[in-house]
Design a protein around this ligand. Structure first.
Ligand code: ADP
Ligand code: MG
Length: 232
């Protein structure tokens, strides 16, 4: 079952506000200005908007990689701000998984090792981790590429490895930050087909940040973001 995510008047400012006391000093950047949004379990939502509108900022907050300046984020009823450090680590490791524009694979590890890593970090036995990683790679269409290093793979193949890695610990929320931004449109479509199929089977809730109207059309719901605010 996918996560239910509620953002309640979430804001995020970067910089500014740190010490001093001179009220006239330059204010920080207001990246998000009061976002309220609910993501239903198993839904696939595109967050569409131009560069700089706050997409990555929002995904980072939903993934507990960063903390909001104001407002609350509830995941399955739990306010992320109330999680202790160990719970936040567990949340990032098991509940919310991310895929990125530039794949973020570890270049010194082969495909199998990249996918097995989150399982090992979560305490899986090596043989079990390898077996599950191999089966995930087969699911994303990369059977036979287990020993290939990232530099030996195409962009589309690297993103498939990243998808397999993201699914390894059975997340209930998938955060995809411009996942097709570095792929040609045909490969991008194939990756999105793959992602939507795999997440639908598993009932995972997905949020995909994109500046591409074409990519956003793959989602069942499109939410537009401009200058840190949702458009009605
Ligand atoms: N770590 C940071 N420090 C300062 N400003 C930031 C930081 N990250 C993002 N910003 C600013 O916040 C705004 C939103 O950025 P971002 O969320 O990356 O947008 P998007 O992903 O839609 O391109 C931009 O003005 C950006 O320059
Ligand atoms: Mg971004």
């Amino acid at each position: 079952m996918g996560a239910r995510v509620t953002a309640d008047s979430v804001s995020k400012s970067y910089g500014g506000g740190g010490g001093g006391g001179d009220e006239s000093r330059a204010a920080g950047v207001d990246a998000l200005a009061g976002i309220s949004l609910t993501l239903e379990p198993g839904s696939f939502t595109a967050l569409l908007g131009p560069s700089g509108c706050g997409k990555s900022t929002l995904l980072n907050l939903l993934g507990a990689l960063d903390r909001p300046t104001g407002g609350r984020i509830l995941v399955d009823g739990r306010d992320l701000a109330t999680l202790g450090e160990d719970e936040r680590d567990a949340y990032r490791r098991k509940t919310a998984a991310t895929i990125f524009q530039f794949f973020n694979l570890l270049p010194t590890m082969n495909a199998l090792e990249n996918v097995a890593l989150p399982l090992l970090l979560d305490g899986a036995a090596p043989a079990e981790a390898d077996a599950r990683a191999a089966s995930l790679l087969a699911e994303v269409g990369l059977h036979g590429k287990e020993r290939a290093y990232p530099y030996e793979l195409s962009g589309g193949q690297m993103q498939r490895v990243a998808v397999a890695r993201a699914l390894a610990n059975r997340p209930t929320l998938l955060l995809a930050d411009e996942p097709t931004g570095n792929l040609d449109s045909k490969t991008g479509t194939q990756v999105l087909d793959l992602v939507s199929g795999l997440v639908q089977e598993r009932g995972i809730t997905v949020v995909m940040a994109t500046h591409s109207v074409e990519a956003s059309a793959r989602a069942s719901r499109v939410v537009r973001l401009l200058d840190g605010q949702l458009l009605p």
